[in-house]
Structure formats: C-alpha cells, structure tokens
Design a protein around this ligand. Structure first.
Ligand code: SAM
Length: 245
C-alpha cells in the first residue's frame, strides 16, 4: 500500500489531511463481521433493525446504505422489505467483496447492488432515494458536512435518514464498566482477533465524535428536519434520525 497512514491507521493525503478511503477496512475485511458481533456482544444486528425500522420504507422504494461495509444492513433491508431496491456504497473493495458474497449467498443479487464510492461525493442523481442509512460510517468521513450535504441531495423530499454511531456507555453501573471495556479490553481483543492494530483507533474515534446534541445541531444546520437522537443500550450505540422536507 503506497498511501501514508496517520497514527491511528487512517489514510492521509499529501497535505496531511485525513482522506476518505476505506484502506484501513481493507485490511480487516475478512474478520470484520466476527469482530463486530464480539465487540457488540451480538447486539449490532438489533441496532441495525432499529435504524432500518425508523426509515419507514415500503416495497418498490429505493434505499441507500452508505459505508455499507460487508452489507449487513443492506441485506437486512432487502430481506425485511420485499421488493425494496438497495444500493450499498463503500470505498473499501475488500469489504465490498465480502458483502457481495453474502448478497449472492442470500440470493438477493436482484435487490442489492454494491458500489465502490465515497460518501463525500455520491455518484447518484439528486432525489433518488426514499431512505438513507449509515451505520458506524460517518465518523470515518473527513468532511462530515460535505457527506451530510450529499446525503440530503440524493434523498427525496419527505425521505428519512438513519445514522448509527458508537457512543460512550452511560449510567451509574453500566457506564464505568462499559467504558473500561471500550477503552481497555476492546482494542486488545480487536488487535488479537484481527491480527492487526487497527482496532486500537476505535475508542479514540468514538471519543472524538461530537456529543449527540452537537451532532443533532449539525444535522439541523445542513437542513434536515425532525432530527432526533436515541441512546441504544445505555448509549453504546446512538441512533440519529430525521427527514428531508
Ligand atoms: C465500521 S465499518 C461499518 C460497516 C457497516 N455499515 C456495518 O454496519 O457494519 C465503517 C465503513 O466505513 C467505510 N468508509 C470509510 N470512509 C468512507 C467514506 N468516505 N465514505 C463512505 N464510507 C466510508 C469503511 O470502508 C467501512 O466499510
């Protein structure tokens, strides 16, 4: 790989600014699903279901799953809403390769298309999609405003978005234990299981993400309406929803 990496394994451009590629995820694609289940204690699919339900999709609708990775959410959507057409977009060829195999195994190739691309510059015409999801992807995007503008551009008027992100667990008992797991156990577990150091970046990238109130304000500033935030499982996951008018 010729691209330089910053200290947490994210790709950098020549100017030293973080780039928007999925280079880091190329290296862990083969183990990503296993790590995802382990790190969330198997709760990640339940969180995806919550996100999907909030999109209020119907058969014959078009859905876009940004940062689709290995396509778990795209596949879940096509299974739960028969007739839905889903496009999953991600810059990591290796994650998409794993995803394409899963789509084929699920016999969903007519309903799920996976394309290589960057959320900051979407290769779709305006107002194409009835719903847009992005699960654990927005924190990887260097220019968040640009990605949110693009999301709004390709969403139909009245269409809904659902963004899932990680969070710092809260609560009197769960909070300290959850945060200890997240900052001390999870990075080691990820490094051992993936055979790579990439998972060490995770707690820092979650901690650096704006607080829920700040991110909701950013979503409103971009022009989304009915913006809401829900803390799932004591805040270990955060669901942001809203609508384009
Ligand atoms: C933590 S994974 C999430 C994958 C999937 N959404 C899921 O539910 O498991 C983050 C994904 O974001 C992708 N990503 C990184 N930069 C991106 C960008 N600029 N635009 C879109 N996706 C990006 C990575 O390639 C990776 O597949």
């Amino acid at each position: 790989m010729s691209q330089d990496l910053d200290p947490v394994g994210k790709p950098m451009t020549e100017s030293g600014v973080l780039g928007g590629s999925g280079a880091m995820f190329d290296r862990i694609a083969g183990r990503y699903d296993l790590l995802n289940r382990l790190q969330s204690f198997g709760m990640d699919q339940g969180w995806r279901r919550r996100a999907l339900k909030s999109l209020e999709l119907s058969p014959n609708h078009y859905m876009l799953d940004l940062a689709t990775g290995t396509a778990d959410l795209a596949i879940m959507a096509a299974r739960r809403v028969p007739g839905l057409q889903v496009v999953g977009l991600d810059p990591s060829p290796a994650m998409l390769e794993v995803g394409r195999k899963k789509v084929t195994d699920a016999a969903l190739t007519e309903h799920v298309e996976l394309v290589e691309g960057d959320a900051q510059s979407l290769p779709f015409e305006s107002e194409r999609f009835h719903g847009i999801s992005m699960a654990w992807g927005i924190r990887n995007v260097p220019d968040r405003d640009r990605a949110l503008d693009e999301m709004k551009r390709v969403l139909r008027p009245g269409g809904r978005f659902a963004i899932l992100e990680g969070g710092e667990p809260e609560g009197f008992l769960v909070g300290p234990t959850g945060r200890f797991y997240m900052h001390h156990i999870l990075p080691q577990l990820g490094a051992i299981l993936s055979g790579a150091q990439e998972y060490k970046y995770l707690p820092d990238s979650i901690a650096q993400f704006p607080a829920p109130s700040e991110f909701c304000a950013q979503l409103e500033q971009v022009g989304f309406h009915e913006v809401e935030h829900q803390a799932l499982t004591f805040g270990a996951a955060r669901l942001y929803t809203g609508r384009r008018l």
